[in-house]
Design a protein around this ligand. Structure first.
Ligand SMILES: [Zn+2]
Length: 336
């Protein structure tokens, strides 16, 4: 079984504890536990650890040393890029998802800062950052996170009414903003989702080309609830896989409830059938959905091994402690 982890190098290796020796100790623990792919957040947040002229100055140059040490340990590094808040868009003030809201309606703050792929400037910026990452560093692939519209929980009732989405809607809806009747019409919903999918997929296709030019794999953090989240948010990863856009999908199947996890894995295995895309099922040690004990985390790995899933991706590296590393190493030593 291939074992990957999503990582947050800025917090796993805080300033002052980020010497080459510190990095080697940390990544060495991952390697000894059987991890072969490290998938770090490097472009976003208040403290990016990768700089260059496109993103401004990095807090510190951490990505370069991380890649170097990872390679010396035999670990691949696939940096994360994406929409939402993963990679900054082209502007501080423009190009964001604008939820259709009633006057005075309170919406979550994240929804106001979601980089929107309807803006080709955003797509161009993310592609340029990706090229720079792959050209300046010896990356082993590229990983897409939040390559989709904002969470369906807000999006379903609040379609984007930014300048570009309004413009696009004129063609197929005949007006810029859907009214209440439109929102209840399945035909409008179908075309609204198609519009989102076209924009999001446009970015995924360009990133595929960028990876192909360098003969590198492209992967995705795929929304766990395929029909409830992935499809309405314009991230039809089953279709992208069938069309050869993805080398592997790290499905966000992490869930502290074993039954729920199992149902996700069954569904994700089924929807990838017939494609060449590998499934690395997401296993959450600690996520927004809850915490697993090290033993319960291993139980999820054992299930994946039993049913022959090709890989797993842990959320996230910084949640792993000595007991996890010990149990993981034991599991990986006997896994298929
Ligand atoms: Zn928009």
């Amino acid at each position: 079984m291939e074992l990957a982890v999503w990582g947050h190098p800025a917090t796993e290796l805080p300033a002052g504890k980020d010497s080459a020796a510190d990095i080697e100790t940390w990544l060495g623990k991952l390697r000894d536990a059987g991890v072969s792919i490290y998938i770090p957040f490097v472009t976003g947040g208040a403290r990016p650890v990768f700089g260059g002229e496109l993103l401004g100055e990095a807090e510190r140059d951490l990505f370069g040393p991380v890649i170097e040490v990872a390679h010396s340990l035999g670990i691949e590094v696939h940096p994360i890029i994406g929409l939402g808040r993963v990679t900054p868009g082209f502007s501080e003030t423009e190009g964001f998802y604008v939820p259709l809201a009633s006057p005075g309606e309170d919406l979550p703050s994240w929804s106001a800062r979601w980089v929107d792929p309807a803006w080709e400037e955003n797509v161009a910026t993310i592609c340029a950052v990706s090229r720079q990452l792959l050209d300046d560093y010896d990356c082993d692939g590229l990983h897409m996170d939040a390559v989709r519209y904002a969470n369906s929980v807000v999006l379903n009732e609040h379609p984007c009414v930014c300048e570009r989405c309004r413009e696009a809607r004129k063609e197929w809806l005949g007006k810029e903003v859907p009214d209440e009747e439109d929102l209840a019409n399945p035909g409008v919903t179908a075309l609204e989702i198609q519009m989102r999918e076209d924009f999001v997929r446009g970015l995924a296709e360009e990133l595929r080309e960028i990876c192909d030019e360098r003969e590198l794999p492209l992967s995705l953090a795929g929304r766990a609830r395929y029909l409830k989240d992935a499809v309405p948010e314009g991230q039809n990863w089953a279709q992208w896989s069938a069309d050869g856009l993805l080398d592997f999908v790290c499905s966000m199947s992490y869930n502290p409830c074993f039954d729920r996890f199992q149902r996700f894995v069954e569904q994700h295995t089924r929807i990838l059938e017939g494609s060449d895309t590998r499934l690395y099922a997401g296993v959450g040690r600690k996520s927004s959905l809850g915490t697993l004990s090290p033993e319960d985390m291993i139980r999820q790995f054992e299930y994946l091994d039993e049913v022959g899933v090709e890989g797993a991706c842990i959320f996230s590296a910084r949640a792993l402690e000595d007991e996890d590393f010990r149990l993981l190493a034991g599991f990986m030593a006997q896994a298929g």
